[in-house]
Ligand binder design. Structure first.
Ligand SMILES: [Zn+2]
Length: 392
């Protein structure tokens, strides 16, 4: 495939508007690229109408399976008038290709797809198989990855590369999780001259507010790369008018978790606090979550982490850093699969993700394909060497 062909595929992906929905159009386009190859096994796995995940498997089923994953959704373009380039145009200026998803992460997605297409094109014998896991809804809760994991599509993985925009100078081996929660306090309205007739929902919500800070501050473990557990109440509202005892108040908090504290630990503690406060007279608090994501534990010395660094060093001629990430990714869901494997994040892109004038460097995008094409056979060789070492 020529560089122009590779750029055209990325442009086409950006031109499909898959803003937190409509991923089926992306899945159909990618499936059409694999259609000329009968040896590619193509499966669409629905999440919701118009929202299909795509799984494509190629190679030798007798060997280990490497997963290559990318999400097909993008975040909204925001204020379109602030963009200097059509957010869904895929315009190229010099070495920059612009558009929503150029960095996060249609360039990574295109790069892993092209890697597989080129392996099919050259008909190179493979010592293992490669599975494309293209997901829906990563940006709003990783539910595509959850669907695929629940359906068993990650069970055979021996390793997983997620093509999120780490930049080729970084391999991400661990990531923070996220817990967004909401507490609603229900009271009873009354005239503020007769407060004894009502129940003040704000007062009761503040009981939670004052208790939860110290409770979360007890989690003093610090991850060497990610840091400590973060808890912030970021939204609070309540009351109807100045002379009424408020019947409703609510707050929302955002937590950034670390592998030392699995989400269930936090859920249990919050539930216990709510139950304890609800014992008090008049207190009625309810707790809910929106799409929590687990932290991704990792070992910087894991063979796949080291291999990804080594290949990226060789191809790009730089010293690739092995780092942690403040944001979760689909790997958190895929790691729930039956087998044990390492998940790394390595892909083209930069800090322009989620911003106006999002772009990717065209040369980095093309280089990513070279990196993946070198990583695939090296991974199969690495697994084979590990198997031999264990047998000896
Ligand atoms: Zn992303």
């Amino acid at each position: 495939m020529t560089p122009q062909d590779k750029i055209a595929i990325l442009q086409h992906l950006i031109q499909i508007q898959s803003v937190n929905a409509n991923e089926t159009a992306v899945a159909d386009y990618i499936a059409s690229l694999f259609a000329p190859y009968p040896q590619a096994e193509i499966v669409k796995v629905p999440f919701a109408p118009g929202r299909d995940n795509l799984v494509v498997t190629i190679g030798n089923p007798a060997g280990p399976m490497l997963g290559l994953s990318g999400h097909m959704d993008v975040v909204a373009p925001g204020d379109v008038s602030a963009w200097h380039h059509d957010p869904f145009g895929g315009e190229v200026v010099g070495d920059q290709l612009f558009g929503r998803g150029a960095s996060d992460m249609k360039s990574g997605l295109a790069a892993i797809v092209i890697t597989m297409l080129e392996l099919l094109e050259t008909n190179a014998p493979l010592a293992g198989s490669i599975r494309l896991l293209a997901t829906v809804g990563e940006e709003t809760g990783e539910y595509g990855a959850a669907t695929l994991t629940d359906a068993g599509y990650a069970d055979q993985l021996a390793g997983l590369v997620i093509a999120e925009p780490s930049g080729l100078g970084n391999v991400v081996y661990t990531a923070r999780g996220v817990i967004d929660y909401k507490v609603v306090s229900t009271g009873k309205a009354s005239h503020s001259a007769r407060p004894e007739k009502g129940i003040n929902a704000i007062d009761n919500l503040l009981k939670f507010y004052h208790a939860v800070g110290p409770l979360m501050a007890k989690h003093t473990k610090v991850d060497p790369v990610l840091g400590g557990l973060l808890h912030n109440v970021d939204l609070i509202s309540g009351g109807e008018q100045i002379n009424s005892i408020p019947a409703h108040a609510e707050l929302m908090a955002n937590m950034r978790t670390i592998p030392a504290y699995p989400n269930q630990v936090i859920y249990d503690e919050l539930a216990a606090l709510i139950a304890q406060l609800n014992q008090e007279d008049g207190v009625q608090l309810t707790l809910s979550y929106s799409y929590p994501e687990e932290a991704i534990p990792g070992d910087p010395q894991a063979p796949l982490v080291q291999l990804a660094k080594q290949i990226s060093d060789q191809v790009c001629g730089h010293d690739t850093q092995i780092i942690g990430s403040g944001g979760a990714n689909d790997g958190a869901e895929f790691l729930r699969a039956k087998g044990e494997f390492t998940s790394v994040e390595l892909g083209p892109g930069n800090d322009s993700s989620h911003q106006v004038d999002e772009y990717v460097s065209v040369s980095e995008y093309l280089q990513a394909i070279t990196v993946y094409e070198a990583l695939v056979p090296a991974f199969f060789a690495q697994v084979a060497a590990e198997v031999t070492a264990t047998e000896e």
